[in-house]
Design a protein around this ligand. Structure first.
Ligand SMILES: *Cc1c(COP(=O)(O)O)cnc(C)c1O
Length: 424
């Protein structure tokens, strides 16, 4: 077998997506090379983001309020610029997707419509160790409806000694709580372990039980290919600043299945941007929801957060999710090899808790260095490798196919080897 360094170079030479690396800004670090492996936490800035943002600022300066209609991308319909590519990324029809607010807000707004507990049917099933914001949202929604999270929220944990949930256990739990189940709400990808859930299978099981099914796609959107429409998912939401590279706190995305597009009797918290476009500026007293996801919008489009997203989506459209996925799998396979080599070279045990099966993982690998995780993380951080630390003991890395190279992964392995050296 050739040395890893040579293999990294050969893989980079063959990589038809390699040129996209030039489209992003990499952070400046004090060491020679920045190895950025935290695109799962905050994606890098597309160089074109500043250009598009600046065009909006220019149009604001030039037109003032008239920019709503006369800007080169009129603000009144700005959100429409994002729909086509975003819909492709999550496997949706255009009518099923819109961008608005931010992720946690969107979870709440969608639960208003899709978590409708009754005395008989009030439970929610989710993964244990969901992201804290999701846990707070679920708890507070349950309380808001007058139920008790202790009994209403079923959090599924992996079996003892295992790190990942088994799909058959999720299915069994859904069946077990069937008659009492109002909602199944899962991450598409667990933020801690990087496990990809079988969204199609979970959706089918949820529907069989008579529940609605929704997903938080914070770690899935732009990471793994999805087919939300075909899978019959009721609703989903995601942030755009992780794999989708749209900048800190940028606008959220939502999906509402076409089957609910004209279900106007669904309760919803309404705002003028969700109301009929023709009569919107007539300032009518009557809310007339738009069909599809647009009908869940509240406010006019946050143009300055959508502009960077537009820049990023242009790149996704060019690269294509299928090619990105293939490179992502190759990158993470290579990362696994590099990590194992680094651990072996130091005689240290590094456990990778992310599933090995390609169907059950995306870009991310979660590493556990027993007893020394924090120290290893600090070493990496101070030597130019951006990884992140998640309590209690995980180092997450995410080589992303848009801008990471195989060389990045190789360099990470070198640094990891140094970090794992037994302390004198
Ligand atoms: C990143 C992330 C969030 C963050 O929510 P915001 O409302 O965007 O601050 C929430 N949930 C999950 C699963 C996440 O990964």
């Amino acid at each position: 077998m050739k040395p890893l360094k040579i293999r990294a170079r050969e893989l980079d030479d063959k990589d038809e997506l390699a040129r996209f690396r030039q489209s992003f800004h990499f952070p400046h670090t004090e060491v020679d090379q920045c190895v950025y492996l935290t695109g799962n936490s905050l994606g890098l800035q597309p160089k074109r983001a500043a250009e598009i943002l600046n065009e909006e600022l220019e149009d604001w300066a030039r037109y003032g309020v008239e920019g709503h209609f006369h800007a080169r991308r009129p603000w009144v319909s700005y959100h429409e610029n994002l729909i086509a590519t975003a819909a492709e990324i999550v496997g949706a029809k255009p009518i099923e997707v819109v961008h608005m607010n931010s992720l946690t807000t969107d979870i709440h707004l969608l639960m208003v419509s899709f978590y409708r507990p009754t005395v008989e049917r009030y439970k929610i099933i989710c993964e244990a160790k969901a992201f804290p914001s999701d846990q707070y949202a679920l708890d507070s929604q349950i309380l808001f409806h007058g139920f008790d999270p202790e009994t209403a929220l079923i959090e599924l944990s992996p079996r003892p000694g295992e790190h990942n949930l088994r799909e058959e256990d999720i299915e069994a739990a859904i069946e077990e709580h069937g008659d009492e189940l109002a909602l199944v709400f899962f991450g598409g990808v667990n933020y801690y372990t990087g496990q990809v859930f079988d969204m199609e299978r979970i959706t089918r099981a949820g529907h069989r039980a008579g529940a609605t099914v929704g997903f938080d796609l914070a770690h899935a959107a732009g990471n793994i290919p999805m087919h939300l429409h075909d899978w019959q998912v009721d609703f989903a939401t995601w942030c755009t600043y992780k794999y989708l590279n749209s900048g800190p706190g940028s606008v959220g995305g939502i999906f509402v299945h076409e089957k609910h597009a004209e279900q106007y009797d669904l309760p919803r918290f309404a705002g003028w941007w969700g109301s009929d476009k023709e009569s919107r500026f007539k300032m009518n007293r009557v809310f007339k929801p738009l069909p599809g996801a647009e009908g869940w919008q509240l406010s006019n489009a946050p143009v300055f957060s959508m502009a960077p997203h537009l820049a990023s989506l242009e790149i996704f459209a060019e690269a294509g999710m299928d090619r990105l996925r293939q490179k992502s799998l190759d990158l993470s396979d290579f990362a696994r090899e590099v990590i194992e080599a680094a651990a072996a070279s130091q005689g240290v045990d590094v456990e990778i808790i992310t599933p090995t099966d390609p169907k059950r993982r995306g870009c991310q690998l979660s590493l556990v260095v027993h007893g020394r995780g924090r120290e290893v993380f600090d070493y990496l951080q101070s030597h130019g490798a951006y990884t992140d630390w998640r309590e209690p003991n995980v180092i997450r890395i995410a080589p992303v196919p848009l801008y990471n190279s195989f060389e990045d992964v190789y360099l990470f392995g070198e640094l990891l080897g140094q970090a794992l050296k037994p302390q004198a």
